[in-house]
Design a protein around this ligand. Structure first.
Ligand code: SF4
Length: 348
């Protein structure tokens, strides 16, 4: 009987580290399936929704699928959005990092799901692109060990890029992968990874500074906290989606406005006009502003002034601004808001 080929599941974000890990494992003769988890907080989703607004001719691409195509490794997208917000983001057993990023619980959740897939489809082990010491929350020795323990993956979770500085795993002990061919990368530097990329002929990969998840981002986390505070934990998926675009201002406990920052965001906001008020300037290039919640006459005037501030008519003494609220529409002549400390006070 032919020897069974060893098969491994790799968590693939589309970043350089997970791509290198998949390449390494694949080069050792292991059949690899990449898993890309879609959490609802992926930066890639924003790019998919908005396109590339710096270069609208350059098509959007999903980095995980692109990495899979480069390596000729199949990648499956696993949608975990429904459970991820209530179970992981809102209730992290191990707390948050610098923003609302529950990295330890996030890794545990994804690895639990990967472990189920491993059992269902008869894979032999799981690997990730994690590098010891690279991230302050989840990529230190104690949490990495705890994650293995809590997922029941002790010995079956290989981190090929840092394998030499970690205890040997079952795949290494059993000779499924050659430990000598793995690496001992530690820390935040990227030099070694870039050398490896060159060695593997990988030239087209995302820059690490971009990040792949909104949750560690301070600005995004502030908007998410605000939404949860004023709307409660049963958030509407559209409201979650809108956190990814525009300038957000809170005018009252139940009134928020979102001001588009460029044409792509205006196009995106346009899709959410139904059921919301809107404000825009017709005579000048202008943001589209969406209004959520019941607005007083003073709030409407202020919203028109804010919208005018971000339009190309900002230096005029007065410009006409259009509004549409609760099926009614009209026009207000307002002075565009200048430097005004109220803006900082209401900015989310
Ligand atoms: S940065 Fe986001 S996706 Fe990555 S581990 Fe943390 S919470 Fe999860």
């Amino acid at each position: 009987m032919p020897e069974k080929k060893i098969r491994a599941l790799g968590l693939m974000s589309g970043g350089l580290d997970s791509t290198l890990a998949a390449n390494l494992i694949q080069n050792l003769g292991v059949e690899v399936l990449g898993l890309h988890f879609s959490t609802g907080f992926c930066v890639a989703d924003r790019h998919r929704l908005l396109g590339n607004f710096n270069n609208r001719d350059k098509p959007y691409r999903n980095d995980a699928l692109h990495a899979g195509a480069q390596l000729e490794v199949p990648v499956e997208i696993i949608d975990i959005k429904d459970r991820y917000l209530p179970e992981v983001v809102l209730n992290p057993k191990h707390g948050y990092g610098s923003g609302m990023n529950p990295c330890i619980d996030c890794r545990i959740f994804m690895l639990h799901r990967a472990k189920e897939i491993m059992a269902e489809r008869d894979y032999d082990f799981i690997f990730t692109g994690e590098v010891l010491g690279q991230r302050p929350m989840s990529q230190r020795r104690p949490p990495m060990h705890m994650i293995e323990k809590e997922t029941g993956l002790e010995g079956l979770l290989l981190r090929p890029l840092s394998a030499h500085v970690m205890p040997p795993t079952i795949p290494e002990e059993k000779g499924w992968v050659d430990r000598d061919k793995l690496h001992g990368i530690v820390g935040r530097g990227r030099h070694k990874q870039m050398q490896l990329a060159e060695e593997f002929g990988l030239v087209d990969y995302p820059q690490p500074a971009g990040g792949c998840c909104f949750l560690p981002d301070e600005n995004y986390s502030r908007k998410l906290r605000d939404l949860l505070t004023f709307n409660g934990p049963d958030v509407d998926p559209d409201d979650m989606m809108l956190l990814k675009v525009g300038r957000h201002f809170r005018l009252g406990d139940d009134v928020k406005i979102i001001v588009g920052r460029h044409e792509s965001e205006n196009d995106f906001l346009e899709r959410f006009r139904d059921g919301r008020g809107s404000v825009w300037v017709e005579d000048y290039s202008s943001p589209l502003t969406l209004i959520e919640g019941p607005l007083s006459a003073a709030d409407l005037e202020f919203t028109c002034q804010i919208t005018a501030r971000y339009s190309a008519g900002r230096n005029e003494s007065e410009i006409p601004v259009h509004w549409q609220v609760d099926g009614e529409q009209g026009q207000l002549r307002v002075q565009p808001l200048g430097e005004d400390r109220r803006l900082d006070e209401i900015r989310i």
